[in-house]
Write a protein that binds this ligand. Structure first.
Ligand code: GCV
Length: 696
């Protein structure tokens, strides 16, 4: 009875006014009376944080958050007293911040200390996070420091305001209005990133328009840099390799040409005069039709080093992407390794190679890219995709921390057991002058930033893992849910479970057992496994990837196939090469498997495939049921919006299952097991209709 009353009281006390999601995880809702009373006893005044702009931000953010959560004004005090919150600059601290409960004559005070104000800002957000989650802050002794130096969002935003693979509206950057007119969202964006430790942003698409390097656009970029600076965020630009020709009017962009080299040096000088802390360049070269050094018979190293030299005087870096493949390659998964391995050790020290997590392209599941661990004399950084190009856009729930963790925790065995990708890229295994990690942003100008309310969790978890890859997916989901919705465990526990299962559900209903790239090739939303357009690039066609035939399914990458397995260190190369030891969730990535091959479940491959697709559909249905019970915990707007999206997800999960099973059945020529739902689609009809892009 008592519990019921408490519950009713709690429900009544939940503000059920409309929310559009724009406040993200920084809502600072009023806390329950008891919790609040306790916090007010621990913190009753705040000592000024210094005289910088960042110090002002720290004070304002903390005071306003504290007042919202506790409905009590917080006084400023010039001296430290019992129950002060103090921000202390301590130059002996090497990295990160401390949050400590310290003794003073008759009591204690809370201290946040760091060697600079940006780390104090991070410490302040940590304390606010604890309070939002209603954690005990009586005796604090925390030391946190980031694992990667540069924690960067990559925006694939175009000059015209569109976003390549963006599903949350148009670009946040209003290039036409900049630098004169400033959107309040610029500061909100910086604030959200700072709260999770992100400290860099590449503003424009890697398919870069040379105009971004024009004086006019550098001035616009400089304005954004000014706004982001007090939040600890540096700006970077993607550059088009042929800018010297396209923008500078030179007759060549050959990286060994003296005038070209001078052009880049002059450009760097011009940029740094306006943006002294400019981060550097991100480059996509000789990939998907973009220009690059190979156009002039030069190597990636020649190209990257030319840019590195131009940026070096200013401590800028070059992030050179390893996302390369060409139409004639018999196995696209091998190509980055083939092009980059011979160049290991040839890059300048301010170059870092940016490598997508998998060897193909952000598929729902891929093995890790074998360059990790292999390139030991060149710094490497991970590129994750936060925007869900291949995982249902902003229409489907796919919490990506498990995908990121799967990669970060993967053992490359490059220096024996325990050589995880996190360790390969954080500088602890191979010394790296620069450490960094990037995520392709899922933000846009939609009110809720990410299109799907629950996709905010992917922005959040990228930032948290970039700070500390050892955090678990569950920990991060818990934090995010508590801050974004409510700390009620009747909400947090089931929804956390749902988030944690969601990526695997998408894998199962789209591409289980290591299948990849079965997408509608124009937009990557729905299934089109049958697609084979005569004359089109073969490596853009699903048939290139699944290789189905009457014998079986899957891409033979064993030593007797494309031999991609040999790009991995032993024992992984042997494990992947042997069908009996290859993890089943990657079996069709590495093997062409006979339809009647016995899987661990003792089912045949064909039956197992059917069950996996069904598992995915069942999970999507389960998510709907879980969410349906969550109405009491939030505003109607967010509840109904997510409810609507989960409905779309289930419908589209059935579409995926039917399309793939009906198509593969034409080769397996076996019946769908009777426990599996009968398809509601007709293959002929599916094949005759172009899958519609739901977010054009
Ligand atoms: C920005 C995939 C995407 C492209 C993207 C490319 C890349 O091919 O479909 O939209 O281009 O990856 O990462 O460069």
């Amino acid at each position: 009875m008592k519990n019921t009353l408490v519950c009713i009281f709690l429900f009544l006390s939940i503000p059920l006014f409309a929310e559009d999601g724009s406040r993200l995880w920084l809502r600072y809702e009023p806390l329950p009376e008891l919790v609040s009373e306790n916090y007010q006893q621990i913190i009753s005044n705040i000592c000024p944080a210094g005289s910088t702009e960042t110090a002002r931000i720290i004070e304002q953010e903390f005071v306003s958050a504290f007042e919202n959560m506790n409905r009590r004004n917080l006084k400023f005090s010039k001296i430290i007293t019992t129950n002060s919150l103090v921000f202390e600059i301590d130059t002996t601290i090497q990295s990160g911040y401390f949050i400590q409960t310290k003794k003073i004559k008759k009591g204690t005070y809370t201290s946040i200390s760091a060697s600079n104000d940006i780390d104090l800002l991070y410490g302040m957000y940590h304390l606010l996070r604890l309070m939002q989650m209603q954690e005990d802050i009586t005796h604090l002794d925390i030391h946190e420091k980031p694992v990667y130096d540069r924690r960067i969002l990559n925006h694939w935003d175009n000059i015209d305001g569109s976003i390549e693979r963006g599903y949350a509206g148009r670009s946040l950057w209003d290039w036409d209005d900049l630098p004169g007119k400033i959107s309040p969202r610029y500061t909100e964006y910086a604030r959200a990133n700072a709260s999770i430790g992100i400290n860099g942003t590449v503003l424009n698409n890697v398919n870069a328009n040379p105009l971004f390097l024009s004086k006019e656009y550098v001035l616009k970029t400089a304005k954004l840099a000014d706004i982001f600076r007090p939040w600890g965020i540096r700006v970077y630009l993607s550059v088009n390799f042929s800018s010297p020709t396209a923008l500078g009017g030179l007759s060549t962009s050959d990286p060994l040409n003296v005038e070209v080299r001078q052009w880049w040096k002059d450009k760097a000088k011009e940029i740094y005069a306006l943006i002294p802390d400019f981060g550097g360049f991100l480059v996509k070269a000789n990939s998907e039709g973009l220009p690059g050094p190979q156009d002039f018979g030069r190597t990636h190293a020649d190209g990257a080093n030319m840019l590195a030299e131009a940026l070096e005087p200013y401590k800028g870096i070059v992030m050179w992407r390893a996302f390369v493949y060409n139409a004639t390659s018999p196995d696209r998964a091998k190509q980055a390794y083939e092009e980059f391995m011979p160049l290991d050790g040839q890059f300048h020290k301010n170059v870092i190679i940016q490598v997508k997590n998998g060897p193909i392209d952000f598929q729902p599941r891929e093995p890790f890219n074998p360059l990790f661990g292999a390139m030991q004399k060149t710094p490497l950084m991970l590129e994750f995709q936060i925007t869900q190009e291949y995982l249902g856009f902003s229409l489907q729930l796919a919490y990506l921390a498990p995908l990121y963790k799967e990669c970060l925790d993967a053992d490359t065995y490059s220096k024996g057991e325990g050589s995880t990708i996190a360790k390969v890229t954080d500088g602890s295994l191979f010394s790296q002058a620069v450490t960094a990690i990037a995520g392709v942003a899922n933000t846009g100008n939609d009110a809720n930033w990410t299109g799907h309310h629950l996709a905010q969790a992917n922005w959040y978890c990228f930032g948290r893992l970039a700070w500390n890859p050892d955090l678990t997916s569950g920990q991060i989901a818990g934090e995010w849910l508590k801050m974004t919705f409510t700390t009620e465990s009747a909400f947090v526990e089931p929804v956390k479970e749902m988030l944690l299962e969601s990526r695997e559900a998408v894998v199962n209903y789209m591409m289980p057992l290591g299948l990849a790239h079965l997408f509608a090739w124009e937009h990557h939303y729905g299934p089109e496994p049958w697609l084979a357009i005569p004359g089109a690039r073969p490596d853009w066609m699903p048939s290139y990837y699944h290789k189905t035939d009457s014998i079986g399914l899957g891409f033979d990458r064993t030593v007797s196939g494309s031999d991609a397995v040999s790009e991995y260190f032993p024992p992984l190369s042997t494990i992947y090469n042997d069908i009996t030891t290859c993890p089943e969730n990657l079996i069709l990535w590495f093997h062409h498997v006979h339809w009647n091959y016995r899987m661990h479940s003792n089912r045949t491959l064909w039956d197992e495939l059917c069950y996996k697709y069904q598992d995915g559909v069942d999970a999507a249905r389960k998510f709907q049921k879980v969410w349906d019970k969550m109405a009491p915990f939030m505003d109607k707007e967010r509840f109904e919006d997510v409810q609507g999206k989960l409905k779309i997800q289930t419908t589209d999960a059935v579409w995926w299952k039917d399309a793939c099973l009906l198509y593969f059945q034409t080769e397996s020529r076996q019946p769908i097991p009777y426990e599996i739902e009968r398809p509601v689609h007709d293959l002929k009809k599916l094949k005759s209709e172009k899958p519609v892009n739901p977010i054009p």
